[in-house]
Design a protein around this ligand. Structure first.
Ligand SMILES: [Zn+2]
Length: 79
C-alpha cells in the first residue's frame, strides 16, 4: 500500500506496475509524484517550490522546539 506524501491518500500503486522515474499524479490532491524506488514503492512530490518549502519548514521546527523548552522550565519552577 502506497500513500501520497502530500495528502496521505492511499494510492492504488503496485510494485510491479511502476518504474523508477515514473511520474504519477495523486487523484486526491493532484500532486505530481515521482517514483524514486520500487521495492518498496517510494514516492517523492514533484514541485517547483519544494526546495524553498523544505528550508522554511526546518526553521519553523527549530523555533517551535525552543519555545516548548522555555515553557516547560517555567512550569517546573511554579510547582
Ligand atoms: Zn495526494
Amino acid at each position: 500500500m502506497v500513500k501520497c506524501p502530500e495528502c496521505a491518500a492511499v494510492l492504488d500503486v503496485d510494485e510491479g506496475e511502476v518504474e523508477e522515474g515514473e511520474i504519477l499524479s495523486c487523484p486526491e490532491c493532484e500532486a505530481e509524484l515521482e517514483v524514486v524506488q520500487t521495492h518498496p514503492v517510494l514516492l517523492n512530490v514533484v514541485s517547483d517550490e519544494d526546495l524553498d518549502f523544505d528550508e522554511e519548514e526546518e526553521e519553523e521546527d527549530d523555533v517551535e522546539d525552543f519555545d516548548e523548552d522555555l515553557y516547560e522550565e517555567e512550569e517546573d519552577e511554579d510547582r
